[in-house]
Design a protein around this ligand. Structure first.
Ligand code: BGP
Length: 469
């Protein structure tokens, strides 16, 4: 079977991780411009000041994407390029950069799939309470409108937010991302609500503008499975799904929060500060979402914690996705299992978990349109006689694309796949050491680009529309 004609084969990036040019052409300073420079926060003190210089080399990069046969490029807009202080004047040079990037994609027939927020927040908003302040949500809605009006004639696929769970969990529970708070439970839930609110406002505005494209949100897709058939562990996995998945997906797709979590928050005094009008807006806009984007890297293997709350021990290292952390409420812990396979960074490799999770999504949310907006292997790529032989990446993507194919044949409404990442880029907490791209960037030779083995492989997959998978 070939993949359906309307299925998009893509790859992704994010502004802070590729662009560089952090203080050029009127761009405002962001939370990450500051946070990454706090000693100890990032791997070997890496930051995105230069990143892989996509800002200046986007033409070369898009040309390589075209050569690979890429059908769609998912990238994010840096809010601070468009509105430098987050909530004020528009910067024409910022608009110009993204106009150029979009036009460059379209020149080759590459469909731009645009994320409005991939974690780089203008500093004045960060300093004014970040996502715990409703001002940030309102400012986001205005920024989104500016983007729809500037780019919406050519951009027909919009993602409001990337992975709310990550920037809120790392920002308010483990302190590994800005604003760097630890165990701030109340702020954590407040921030998530304010993001959903901002999303709802942007979706409503987009529909009012009648641009006839599609809009949705991208969430982490981290389905939780019990380590065994033990009742306590099964309970723990269900609990994890409520907090890690349904809390995020329900307000978007069902327009309301899951009661199971709401009741616990009420009891603990953690209910976000919200108005009836806001809750109504979530209801009103739920049906307007055209799709949901899933970023899948690994499932969660979960066991019940016996004997009360475990303190979260906080470090950069245990915030990088490796299992082993207790949940914030001390109910469960994620674990590594002897019979599973892991990447060098301890992320489980499981295409089966992916497929099972997709079935879970269909069961709970019906036929909602899905895109896999990220999936890929972080590795230190093997170099053999100057060639980047990233065979493990090929294998990883191959297995996951097969799962996508099976899902489609089962009637799951999946319309595209975006590998993370199109090019090697800055990993937020792991520097340049952890590679994901089809295109290699040589940090010892003026950031020169080079095609990896996976580049040729993905080209072939796209050309044959995955027939042999
Ligand atoms: C996702 C983010 C990406 C990217 C990816 C890989 O959570 O959306 O921006 O960073 O994970 O993560 P890492 O670089 O930590 O391996």
């Amino acid at each position: 079977m070939k993949f359906p004609k309307d299925f998009l084969f893509g790859a992704a990036s994010a502004s802070y991780q590729v662009e560089g040019a952090w203080n050029e052409d009127g761009k405002g300073v962001t939370n990450w411009d500051v946070f990454s420079k706090i000693p100890g926060k990032t791997f070997e003190g890496t930051n995105g000041d230069v990143a892989v210089d996509h800002y200046h080399r986007y033409k070369e990069d898009v040309r390589l994407m075209a050569e690979m046969g890429l059908e769609s490029y998912r990238f994010s807009i840096s809010w601070a390029r468009i509105i430098p202080d987050g909530d004020g004047e528009i910067n024409a040079r910022g608009i110009e950069f993204y106009n150029n990037l979009i036009d460059e994609c379209l020149k080759y027939g590459i469909v731009p799939f645009v994320t409005l927020y991939h974690w780089d927040l203008p500093l004045p908003l960060e300093e004014d309470g970040s996502w715990t302040n409703k001002r940030t949500a309102n400012a986001f809605a205005k920024y989104a409108e500016v983007c729809f009006k500037a780019f919406g004639d050519r951009v027909k696929h919009w993602i409001t937010f990337n992975e709310t769970i990550v920037f809120c969990t790392l920002g308010y529970l483990s302190g590994a991302h800005p604003p760097g708070l630890i165990n701030a439970h109340k702020e954590y839930f407040q921030a998530t609500h304010n993001v959903f609110l901002a999303h709802a406002m942007a979706v409503k505005k987009y529909k009012e503008l009648k641009q006839y494209g599609e809009i949705g949100i991208t969430h982490v897709f981290n389905p939780a499975f019990s380590v065994d058939g033990n009742e306590e562990n099964l309970f723990a996995a269900n609990h994890a799904n409520y907090y890690q998945t349904y809390w995020y997906y329900d307000p978007i797709l069902k327009g309301e929060y899951p009661k199971y979590v709401l009741e616990a928050l009420e009891e603990k005094g953690l209910t976000p500060n919200w108005t009836d009008g806001e809750l109504q807006l979530l209801q009103e806009t739920a049906g307007m979402n055209d799709f949901i984007g899933l970023n899948y890297y690994q499932p969660a293997r979960v066991e019940r914690i016996q004997g009360g709350t475990e303190a979260i021990e906080v470090s950069r290292d245990n915030s990088t996705g490796r299992p082993g952390n207790p949940s914030f409420d001390g109910v469960y812990r994620t674990v590594m299992m002897d019979d599973k396979v892991y990447t060098k960074w301890g992320w489980e490799i499981s295409a089966e978990g992916f497929l099972e999770g997709l079935r879970m999504i269909k069961e709970r949310y019906g036929d909602v349109k899905l895109y896999i907006t990220e999936n890929g292997l972080g590795d230190e790529d093997p170099v053999i006689e100057d060639e980047i032989m990233d065979v493990p990446r090929i294998k990883y993507i191959e297995e996951h694309l097969k799962a996508v194919k099976t899902a489609i044949s089962e009637g799951i409404n999946l319309k595209g796949y975006y590998a993370w990442s199109v090019i090697d880029l800055l990993s937020w907490l792991n520097g340049y050491k952890k590679q994901y791209g089809f295109i290699y960037v040589d940090h010892h030779n003026n950031l020169a680009r080079k095609k990896k083995l996976s580049f040729h492989w993905y080209k072939q997959i796209i050309e044959t529309r995955g027939e042999e998978l």
